[in-house]
Design a protein around this ligand. Structure first.
Ligand code: HEM
Length: 163
């Protein structure tokens, strides 16, 4: 780590809120709970839509389902990011030295870009296809990529505690 970045993480770790989270017996686990709860909303809603793209529940209109799920994904994303940031600052210098943490962040950026790209390109065109029944192969492939990415991110997050 270069000096400036290192001192920035050190500063983060020594903010009043980071010290409070580190010293409190219950704050860290409560924030972990919110991280998991956020993930349930974020990945749960994405998974419902991805499975629909893959052909599950074909009787449901993919357009309406997709648009309804986006709102839940956004709320879940916000909770997950905020809680993740609080978990991070409590031990910022340790997490920053862990390559797995940065791999996870990189994968999150890729997954978010995939979701934004998907939202723009596919969700805006979905009404052109038959939204009941099977969707085109490229749309189904996008569902597989999205599911894989989010599951790998969850695994990376869980493994963080052991590396
Ligand atoms: C947005 C998608 C994210 C997903 C799906 C995700 C997933 C996870 C999962 C499954 C865990 C393990 C939780 C546990 O074992 O209690 C975890 C832990 C963690 N996450 Fe995330 N995370 C996300 C975003 C973030 C972000 C943006 C940050 C930091 C800025 C972050 C920081 C952390 C930290 C520091 C831990 C370790 C907690 C510990 O084991 O003590 N996460 N994450």
């Amino acid at each position: 780590m270069t000096g400036i970045i290192e001192s920035w993480f050190l500063w983060l770790e020594n903010t009043a809120i980071a010290i409070e989270i580190r010293q409190s017996l219950w704050l860290y686990p409560v924030i972990q709970f919110f991280h998991i709860a956020g993930i349930v909303f974020l990945v749960g809603s994405i998974m419902i839509f991805d499975l629909r793209l893959l052909g599950v529940a074909r009787r449901l209109d993919a357009d309406i389902l997709g648009r309804s799920m986006v709102r839940i994904s956004k709320a879940g994303f916000l909770i997950t990011i905020l809680s993740g940031f609080l978990l991070f600052i409590a031990h910022a210098t340790d997490w920053a030295e862990n390559p797995l943490f940065w791999i996870k962040i990189l994968l999150i950026i890729i997954a978010v870009l995939n979701a934004v790209f998907f939202n723009k390109l596919i969700l805006n065109r979905i009404h052109r296809w038959e939204t009941y029944g099977n969707l085109p192969l490229r749309v189904r492939a996008s569902g597989v990529v999205s599911l894989l990415l989010w599951f790998i991110i969850i695994a990376a997050g869980r493994f963080l505690a052991y590396y």
